[in-house]
Design a protein around this ligand. Structure first.
Ligand code: GAF
Length: 392
């Protein structure tokens, strides 16, 4: 569906639920796909994501009183959710709208008050539970809406940080900064090379001409809250604390591969050692992958993608049977340069670099193997790398 059609759909719903929508404004914030650099963003490492053309849209209008009312066309069963000033309950609020409420709450914690509230109708086209950051897109969308509707002087990197803060402290998911940053700072046809220790970043053009980035959805719903994500973060922090006794480092991202191998035996617990190994090597792989991409060396880029998946599977243990099957199959195809799980893991999507004229064959080959073994189908999207938030 095009922007215009989505706007019409939102308007219609807005009128039905909240009345006249004259003077309503329309906003969009994207989801993301990460090319490489997984589980490095809370380890002071680098990430290399891109914003997608898929994301979340909102029709918004100011109210006269202090209420915020939310409605999602994707979760119609939840009906209209109304938030007054007493209904912000960090870590207890467990509905879809808590991603929006968390951002309002985070702004309030920074001293911003909203004497009048908003009515919002939302529609998102990021597949549910796909690990393509629908929650970050909700957070960045809400941050952009508050910025524009109340004339707040807040930058987009700050909106990303507020989104992350709200996800950590309101929703209880200890995510890093990657998803919100990718959504807030997306640039059409560019990947974002972000140093998560300093938030310094640069854009790398993605001119893949003969190749395409294909996202394959396992359709296994991933749910990071309540999954092992927070455990992984704790394990990495434990590893850092031990290594800091032997090396002057602020984060695992400060270590080269060689330095890590010299120190690894200090990590006696084999699980902690594997987690740290992934965090260090994945960070250095990400730096190498960005260089390879800049040099137009797609074969090298693909090779590093594959190594990233192996490390996520074996050392960080955040993959799953479904993603492994998709990658194993992709690796066996001569026209695929690289394939890996993308995002937090435990389901969600893989991303593959596929020869453009072989996309159809790729999809057929994967489906042929996937459905009989897993019992349901996977789905495919060609990644369209797009800009960050915008007003429509
Ligand atoms: C999830 C988190 F939200 C990100 O911060 C990041 O850690 C990612 O998993 C793994 O790279 O998407």
């Amino acid at each position: 569906m095009k922007d215009l059609e989505i706007k019409e759909k939102l308007k219609e719903k807005f009128r039905e639920l909240f009345g006249e929508c004259e003077n309503a404004r329309f906003f969009f914030a994207p989801g993301r796909v990460n090319l490489i650099g997984e589980h490095t963003d809370y380890n002071g490492g680098h990430v290399f994501p891109c914003a997608l053309s898929m994301g979340t849209y909102a029709c918004v209008k100011k109210r006269q009183d202090g209420l915020f009312r939310f409605y999602s066309m994707n979760v119609e069963s939840a009906g209209v959710i109304t938030a007054d000033e007493d209904s912000y309950k960090p870590l207890e609020d467990k509905q879809w709208a808590s991603y929006l409420k968390g951002v309002i709450w985070a702004f309030q914690k920074r001293g911003v008050s909203f004497p009048t509230g908003l009515d919002l109708v939302l529609y998102g086209n990021i597949p549910n539970g796909s690990g393509l950051s629908s929650s970050a897109s909700l957070e960045v969308l809400m941050g952009s809406i508050l910025k524009e509707m109340y004339g707040l002087s807040v930058s987009f990197p700050e909106i990303a940080l507020i989104g992350q803060y709200s996800e950590n402290n309101y929703n209880g998911m200890n995510c890093g900064i990657m998803d919100q940053f990718a959504s807030a700072m997306g640039k059409k046809d560019h990947a974002i090379f972000l140093d998560t220790a300093t938030l310094e970043f640069s854009y790398a053009p993605l001119v893949l001409t003969d190749y395409a980035l294909i996202i394959t959805n396992t359709n296994k719903k991933h749910k990071l809250i309540g999954s092992a994500y927070n455990d992984r973060r704790r394990e990495s922090e434990d590893a850092l604390k031990i290594l800091q006794k032997f090396a002057e480092i602020k984060t695992l991202g400060d270590l080269s591969d060689e330095e890590f191998f010299q120190l690894e035996e200090k990590l006696e617990d084999p699980i902690i050692r594997k987690r740290a190994k992934h965090a260090v090597l994945e960070n250095n792989r990400t730096i190498a992958a960005k260089k390879a991409l800049e040099e137009g060396n797609y074969h090298e880029f693909g090779r590093l993608m594959n190594l990233s998946h192996v490390s996520l599977r074996d050392d960080y243990e955040v993959s799953c049977e479904e993603s492994d099957l998709l990658c194993d199959t992709a690796w066996s195809l001569p026209y695929v340069l690289g394939s890996r799980m993308t995002g937090g893991g435990f389901g969600g999507c893989t991303v593959s670099l596929v020869k453009r004229d072989k996309i159809k064959d790729f999809e057929e080959e994967l489906q042929k193997v996937y459905e009989p073994k897993i019992g349901y189908r996977c789905s495919f999207y060609e990644a369209e790398i797009a800009d960050g938030p915008r007003e429509l």
